[in-house]
Design a protein around this ligand. Sequence first.
Ligand code: GFB
Length: 317
Amino acid sequence: MTDEVLFDLDGKRVFVAGHRGMVGSAIARRLASENASILTVDRSELDLVQQASVEKWMTSNRPDVVILAAAKVGGILANTNYPAQFLYENLMIESNIIHAAHQVGVKKLAFLGSTCIYPKLADQPIKEDYLLTGPLEPTNEWYAIAKIAGIKLCQAYRKQYGSDFISAQPTNLYGPGDNYDLKASHVLPALLRKAHNAKLSDAKEMIVWGSGKPLREFLHVDDLADAVIHLTKRYSADDPINVGSGQEIRIADLATLICQIVGFDGELIFDKSKPDGTPRKLADTTRLREIGWRNARSLEEGVISTYKNALENNLLT
Ligand code: GFB
C-alpha cells in the first residue's frame, strides 16, 4: 500500500450523513479545507431510517461522495439498555444510504464502523483480519452486528457492482460535540463531567464504573476526521481499515488523568456493579500507517482541549 492519491475530492459534492453528530460535524469541519462542496440535511427534513425518503433525497441531490457518519451511538450502558434501537436504526441507516448511493452512482463512499466489531477476546493489537473469528463482547453485540453488516454491504456492492465503497473502523472517540448525558455517554465525557462537578461541589469522592482495569484506546475526533479524508482519497479496497492512535490507557488511569486536568483531587470509587465491557481493545493501525497517516494529538492534549470546549459550551453541569 502507498500514500498515492487514488480519488480526487476537488470539485466534488460530498454528502456528510450525520453532520450534527460528533463524528459528522468533525468531518464537515475537516472538509472545509478541501476544494469540495459539502451537502448536509437535517433530521427534521430527512429521517435516514426511512428508505423511500433516503432514496428520494439522494436522487434529488446526487452527491459524488458519501461519508456515512450517521449512526445510533452510545456508551456501554446505552448499548446494553437499547439493543433494538442500536441494531435496527443502524441497520436501516446504513442499508438505506449504501443502497441509494449505488442507485445514484456515487463515486466514493466511506462507511464508519467501530473497533467493537472485533471478537471480545481478540489478540492485541487487533488486526482487520480478526473480524468474525470469535464471539463478540455482549454489551455491544447489537451495535457490532449492525456495523459488521455495514462493512459487508460495502464489500458486497464493491464485489457485485464495482462500487468504490470503503469502511473505516475507528477506536473510542472523543472531542467537541460529544454526548455528556451520563446515562448514554462514553467513558471520557462521563468522567470529565463527573470530575468537574465533583470539583465544584467539593466532593470527597467520584464514582468510576466497573473495575477500572479495562484498557481502551482513544482518538480525538478531529484526528479521526483527518484520517477519514485521507482514506477517502487514498484507500480503495475490500478490507476494513482500523483508525486509532496506538495509545491505550487503563480506565483507572484515564480517570486519574482527567481529575488532574480538571483539578479534582478526591478519591476514586470503583462501582463494580457496572460492566467493564471488553477487557482490551487496541487497534492495529499498520495498514493506515502504510498509507501515510498518523494522529496528531496526544491523549492529554486532546482531553485539555475537549474540557475547554465543554466548559465554553456549558455541557458539564
Ligand atoms: O466508553 P464506554 O461506555 O464503552 O466504557 P466501551 C468504557 C469503559 O469505561 C468501561 C468504564 O469499562 C466502563 O465501565 N467507565 C467508567 C465508564 N466510568 C464510566 C462512566 O461514567 N461512563 C461510561 N460510559 N463508562 C463502547 C461500545 O464500548 O465503545 C460502543 O459500547 C462503541 O458500541 C464504543 O463501540 C466505541 O468502550 O466499553
